[in-house]
Design a protein around this ligand. Structure first.
Ligand SMILES: [Zn+2]
Length: 262
């Protein structure tokens, strides 16, 4: 409903961004918000924890922003109350509002967004101050399950890219050919290899350091040459990853998050 700017800013503009903290008077209520003007075409209002963020096209007059905020006054008030709840909800995901990604904590930030069509997306944002933050855009009707499903979808996308590039890298080194990759969410196996060249890798591996992922990748690729765990198999693994025993131990100690298993 705030999406009134489809015609504004359609001409190509140089990318620039102006951020200012500002206040608007809505009747008796004073609204503090962070106003971010960029060369976007539409205006969007977000409530991030206790902060209102308005993302607007560069050329939009303040009067229009005020009008938009006024239109959404009830929604904003409600979200500000709800965002106290969502802060505690964040801690639901692995504690401290973060997930483990490639062996490190990655902050997760839930961002309520209006209009709802801007929701249901996940972006990895590199913030100069906060470091990497996983931004999860949600509509009003979100629940725990929906948020986790969005995060799992995002992880699957990352897994496809990361696993594939590691498989390609090590397959060339080891001179084996893989043909197909499957991402699994099995509770009991980190990986699998089939004679036809199909490699299965567990989504939960994305919580481990890249070196540990590499161990599983190398292990499964080695099975394309030796379908057993005999001496030659381990020689191939060791010649590719001399520190594989340390990585294998790390993998044994790894506990994946319950929510990854759906
Ligand atoms: Zn094996």
């Amino acid at each position: 409903m705030i999406d009134l700017f489809s015609r504004i800013g359609r001409k190509k503009q140089k990318v620039k961004s102006i951020t200012q903290n500002t206040t608007f008077n809505l009747g008796t209520q004073v609204i503090h918000c962070r106003l971010v003007r960029t060369n976007r075409r539409t205006l969007v209002i977000q409530v991030i924890h206790q902060e209102i963020v308005v993302r607007a096209p560069l050329c939009v007059p303040d009067s229009f922003i005020l009008q938009s905020l006024n239109c959404k006054r009830t929604w904003i008030t409600k979200q500000l109350q709800l965002s106290e709840v969502s802060t505690s909800y964040d801690t639901f995901i692995d504690g401290q509002g973060s997930i483990t990604y490639l062996g490190k904590p990655l902050s997760v930030q839930l961002i309520k967004v209006e209009p709802a069509k801007e929701a249901r997306k996940v972006l990895l944002n590199r913030d100069l101050i906060r470091g990497c933050v996983l931004e999860v855009y949600i509509g009003e009707d979100f629940d725990t399950k929906a948020v986790l499903a969005l995060i799992v979808d995002w992880l699957e996308g990352q897994a496809r890219d990361i696993f594939k590039s590691r498989l390609d890298y090590f397959a060339e080194k080891m001179q084996v050919n893989w043909h197909n990759m499957r991402i699994s969410r099995a509770k009991t196996r980190w990986g699998s290899a089939h004679q036809n060249g199909t490699i299965g890798l567990n989504l939960a591996l994305l919580q481990c350091h890249l070196e540990v992922i590499d161990y599983v990748v190398v292990h499964e690729l080695a099975h394309l040459r030796y379908m057993n765990h005999q001496a030659q198999f381990w020689q191939l693994v060791e010649s590719t990853l001399p520190n594989y025993q340390t990585l294998r131990k790390q993998l044994k100690n790894h506990k994946a998050s319950w929510w990854l298993y759906g």
